[in-house]
Structures are given as structure tokens and as C-alpha cells.
Design a protein around this ligand. Structure first.
Ligand code: SAJ
Length: 420
């Protein structure tokens, strides 16, 4: 039934969420076009290749491209349904939501929309953004009616936030329950019919504004809980206690489940989304703001400890293992590891950076020369051979397997608690 209602799907934004989503729907029998403004990404996908490190993604993209159910393009095309999965970052200066990509994606649909189409916003957005998409499209397409001011509109619009965990995207895309917030109840029901093609989890219907807040709340919840673990680890450092040991023991209590302390919180979601709540309610979000501050301060706490140790040595070489924001992925966005390395280099130290998932340093580290320490991307082996100080920043599988004998005689900072 649903399969007949939706024959063609356009997914706008072929990143960490959009590309797997497009490939999964294509492998479930829809004719899918993925739209991305990056022509190199489009060319790669049309060759059946992927530009993202994510387990099993290459195979499902290759399958869908080779059987003709998935192709990519740089311009939107007509379709029965559109899923928007573009980034929604914040502004660097004041942490305000930047809806530039979302609105550009919505506006790009103006010329191809026709009565009966469905638009789903999957990008994480501040409360009210789904309605803003509807209002903007109504301005661009006066011949069509939209759901923000029409109970029986030509175009249906809903928010259904992605909830997938990088590293487990393919399984979570199909297995996770989905929250679906329609601008009208009918918008929600049509969206549920679309996801029923690919999703095995439950589709939970609500309003668009509730769905928007639910997604933000999920990530703010995790941020607050990680902040608790990180604050506890700073306290433990001061008291000379092993924080991971303390967390492990506390978690034996039947109603306690403290998360893991680390070098800070990175990624494009948990380090960003809580600010969207703060922006909507600045005077009522003290806990959420405090958590952001604790987590953002954590990399500097760690670099402070390393700089103190380095100050005791003559020209120490510091090896930093891991640049990604978490284990076994290639995503460097908002990574606390990069902040730590910037601090060390700016402190005048030579840093050997090891990141098995990339081939070149990101621009934030590449620019760090002239008068300061400088950062070199190097192999794990060379870094371990050449370093006086070894800093474990990411618990990548390759680092877990490091022979502890290779650390003998070196000063070690294990920010993930895996070498204890
Ligand atoms: N981290 C810790 N200690 C922990 C857990 C995580 O320091 O105990 C750090 C990680 O190292 C990383 C950051 O937090 O730097 C975030 O990692 P994560 O694995 O908690 O989450 P993300 O950002 O990869 O994905 C999150 C997920 N949200 C929740 O778990 C509530 C995912 O389900 C969302 O789909 C995703 O954000 C998103 O796109 O919003």
C-alpha cells in the first residue's frame, strides 16, 4: 500500500544521515535520487562509491547504484516525497541556530513541488523550524497550499528527526523507533506511511513542535549526563582518584548509570543541539548551559595537565592518538581531540597526531605553524617510537590493541580510560 503511494523519493543532503537513508529506501524498492550541492560527492555516489566511513554503507550504496534504484544529482528533481537531511550548525560567535542550509534546501524544492507531495525535515532543528519551512515555501509557491495554515493542504510537511548513532547507522536507521511530528495529523500519517517502507521500529505520531523538542531533549539529556561524568573526573583528578574506577563502582548501584568521562564532547549533534534549546529559552535552561560549559572546558582541563607535565621536560615530543570525535569513525567535527592538540601546539610543543581514518590534517591543525609547535600527521608506530608523552584521545580499536610495553618510560595521559 505505502509502496504504491510513494514510488519516487528525493533525499536532499547526502551526508552521514542522508546517504544511508537514500540507500536504504532504494534497497526497499523506491526509485531514489540523492541531491547534494557537492558535485564531487555526487560523482562518487554515481560511481557506487561513498565519501563517509560508516560500517556497511559502501555495500548498500553500491548495491542500490548498480541496480539502478539510487542515483545522485546536484539539482532537485520531481518526486513523491522529499527528505531533507542537511546540516543545521550553530553560529560560532553566539551559538545561535544557523538554518541557512535548511532554508536553502527547502527553497530549492520550490520549482519541483506539485500537489500531493510530502516533505520531511530530518535535520535536527529548533522548535518552530518545520513550520518556518512551510511558511517559506508558501511564499515561493503561491499556487499551492501548505499545512501551516491549511487543514487539507496540497503539500504535506512533517518533522521526523534522525536518531542514528554514527558507527551503527545502518542498523539504527531501520530498527530505531521514529518520532514523527506532522504540521497536521494527516502530514504525520503520510510520513509514517513513507517510513513504514524502511523502518521496522514504531512510528510515534505527535506535533511538529513536540518532535522538534524531543530530538533536542534526547541530545541535551546525553550532554548533561556526560557533563556529570566529566565534572566527576575533574573532581577525581583533584582528589587523586581514578574516575573510571569510581564510575564503574557507582554503577553497581541498581539505580545509578553514570556515563564515561572523556576528553570532552564532540560531534555535530550533542555539542550543538543543546544550544537550540538554550536559544529558545535562555532564561530557563541553566542546567543545559552548565553542561555545555563543563563539556567544553574538559579538553582544556586535559591540555592543562599535559602542558604541566611537558613543562618539566626539555623539548618533549607529544604523541596524540586520535582526532575523531569518538571511536572508529572518521568524523572530526567539534572534536575535543582537536582542541587539545591546538592547545598543546600553541603551548609551543611539537605534536605527532595519529588518526588512521584520515589522510591529511584538518585545516584547524594544518594552519598551526610559524612560531608555535606544529602538528604532523603520523603513523601509530612512528608516534609511539618518537614520543616522550603519549596522549590517548580516542578509543579507536587500533589504539586499544597497543602493546603496553611500548608505553614504558613515557608519560601517558589516557583520556578514555582504556589503558588503565
Ligand atoms: N561521550 C563521552 N562519554 C560517554 C558517551 C559519549 O565522553 O559516555 C562523548 C563521545 O566521545 C563523543 C560525544 O560524547 O565525543 C558524543 O558521542 P555519542 O556517541 O554520545 O553521540 P553522537 O553525537 O555520535 O550521536 C548522538 C546520539 N544521540 C543520543 O545518544 C541521545 C544519536 O542517537 C543521535 O542520532 C545523534 O547524536 C544525532 O545525530 O543527533
Amino acid at each position: 500500500m505505502a509502496k504504491q503511494e510513494f514510488k519516487t523519493l528525493a533525499v536532499i543532503g547526502l551526508g552521514y544521515v542522508g546517504l544511508p537513508t537514500a540507500a536504504i529506501f532504494a534497497n526497499r524498492g523506491l526509485n531514489v535520487v540523492g541531491i547534494d550541492t557537492n558535485a564531487d560527492v555526487v560523482d562518487m555516489i554515481n560511481r557506487g562509491q561513498v565519501h563517509i566511513v560508516e560500517p556497511d554503507l559502501d555495500k548498500i550504496v553500491q548495491d542500490a547504484v548498480s541496480n539502478g534504484s539510487l542515483r545522485a544529482a546536484t539539482e532537485p528533481q520531481t518526486a513523491d516525497a522529499f527528505i531533507i537531511a542537511v546540516p543545521t550548525p550553530f553560529t560560532d560567535e553566539d551559538h545561535k541556530p544557523d538554518l541557512g542550509y535548511l532554508m536553502a534546501a527547502a527553497e530549492s524544492l520550490g520549482p519541483v513541488l506539485k500537489a500531493g507531495d510530502l516533505i520531511v525535515v530530518e535535520s535536527t532543528v529548533p522548535v518552530g523550524a518545520t513550520e518556518a519551512v512551510s511558511v517559506r515555501l508558501a511564499e515561493l509557491c503561491p499556487e499551492l497550499s501548505f499545512p501551516h495554515d491549511n487543514e487539507v493542504p496540497d503539500i504535506h510537511i512533517a518533522h521526523s528527526p534522525e536518531r542514528v548513532l554514527p558507527g551503527r547507522v545502518i542498523a539504527e536507521l531501520t530498527k530505531n523507533d521514529r518520532v514523527i511530528g506532522g504540521l497536521t495529523p494527516a502530514c504525520g500519517e503520510r510520513t509514517a506511511a513513507l517510513y513504514a517502507i524502511a523502518v521496522e521500529g514504531q512510528c510515534l505520531l505527535t506535533t511538529a513542535a513536540t518532535a522538534e523538542l524531543v530530538k533536542l531533549a534526547e541530545n541535551a539529556y546525553r550532554d548533561v549526563n556526560i557533563a556529570f561524568a566529566n565534572e566527576l573526573s575533574v573532581i577525581s583528578d583533584k582528589l587523586g582518584i581514578d574516575p573510571w574506577e569510581a564510575v564503574r563502582l557507582a554503577n553497581h548501584h541498581p539505580r545509578v548509570n553514570i556515563l564515561q568521562p572523556g576528553p570532552g564532547v564532540g560531534g555535530h549533534c550533542i555539542a550543538v543541539d543543546p544550544w537550540f534549546i538554550v536559544d529558545s529559552a535562555p532564561d530557563d535552561s541553566g542546567l543545559i548551559q552548565a553542561a555545555r560549559q563543563v563539556n567544553d572546558a574538559k579538553p582544556h582541563h586535559l591540555s592543562g595537565q599535559i602542558l604541566s607535565a611537558a613543562a618539566e621536560m626539555a623539548s618533549p615530543v607529544i604523541a596524540c592518538l586520535g582526532l575523531a570525535y569518538k571511536a572508529d569513525i572518521d568524523d572530526l567535527r567539534q572534536s575535543p581531540a582537536i582542541t587539545v592538540i591546538q592547545d598543546l601546539s600553541q603551548g609551543g610543543h611539537k605534536v605527532l597526531a595519529v588518526e588512521p581514518h584520515i589522510n591529511a590534517l584538518p585545516h584547524e591543525l594544518d594552519d598551526l605553524d610559524g612560531g608555535i609547535g606544529g602538528v604532523t600527521l603520523t603513523s601509530l608506530d612512528d608516534a609511539l617510537n618518537g614520543a616522550d608523552i603519549v596522549v590517548l584521545l580516542v578509543d579507536h580499536k587500533a589504539f586499544k590493541e597497543v602493546d603496553q610495553d611500548r608505553l614504558a618510560g613515557k608519560t601517558v595521559f589516557d583520556a578514555r580510560g582504556i589503558w588503565r
